[in-house]
Design a protein around this ligand. Structure first.
Ligand code: NAP
Length: 208
């Protein structure tokens, strides 16, 4: 499989690149500057430097590829930083239509699931830009012709755990966090299993 990874230098993106390579995939890692190039060297790894919000750049990156994984996300909860979600979604949709790329997998936030309690509602109120931008991203992709998976997560940790629980349409019970290695496993598992249509998963740590 030929896989494009956006946000490839990010903490989850890097793990996705390494996991996909370890499982035999051919990877195009996209980063936004030379300084962010991954240190990994591999015969099945190509690195492209460019703007993931530029549909022309993405059209070049997507040519002859099977699937794109986006691990893009704002590093702060500001309106500007979080706009990467929907701005990249617009560009990905346009570039996919131009090149015939059919499958896309996105990291997203569990804050888009209905809040079950007061704490959940308070959390959403604390980071309204994350919620708005992620919703706009998902709506854009839902309206496209792409077969798409959203991996909605709670808090990400750097624990060494790689197991996970994934549930269609809801966060697994007591699943408010997940490790980045687990999330990377989920994303690459989805690359390797055929999917179609639009699917939303809640992804969390394994049950205690
Ligand atoms: N952190 C959490 O607790 C949490 C919770 C739920 C969901 N998520 C989501 O899970 C995913 C992975 O999170 P993470 O913490 O592993 O990610 P991360 O380490 O913060 O990496 C984010 C990636 O997005 C890129 N990026 C951000 N803004 C960009 C822009 N304007 N143009 C180009 N690239 C841009 C970063 O590139 P640069 O290095 O160049 O900035 C980096 O590659 C993200 O979608 C995040 O929103 C995170």
């Amino acid at each position: 499989m030929k896989v494009v990874v956006l946000g490839a230098n990010g903490r989850t993106g890097m793990l996705v690149v390494n996991e996909a390579l370890a499982r035999g995939e051919t990877v195009t890692a996209v980063v936004r500057s030379d300084a962010k190039r991954p240190t990994t060297r591999h015969e099945r790894l190509t690195v492209l430097v460019g703007d993931p919000c530029d549909p022309d750049f993405l059209s070049d990156a997507f040519r002859d590829q099977d699937v794109v994984i986006s691990a893009l996300g704002g590093r702060r909860p500001s309106k500007k930083a979080t706009s990467i979600y929907w701005k990249s979604a617009d560009a990905i949709t346009e570039a996919a239509a131009a090149t015939g790329l059919k499958r896309a997998i996105f990291t997203s936030t569990a804050l888009l699931f209905p809040a079950g309690n007061l704490f959940g509602r308070a959390l959403r109120a604390l980071v309204p830009n994350v919620v708005r931008s992620a919703r706009r991203m998902e709506e854009r992709l839902f309206a496209s012709d792409l077969d798409v998976i959203f991996a909605r997560c709670g808090f990400l940790s750097d624990a060494e755990e790689t197991a996970y629980r994934a549930e269609r349409g809801a966060l697994p019970a007591a699943g408010s966090s997940v490790s980045r290695p687990s999330l990377a496993q989920f994303l690459v598992d989805k690359v390797q299993s055929p999917f179609s249509g639009r699917q939303v998963y809640g992804v969390s740590r394994p049950a205690a």
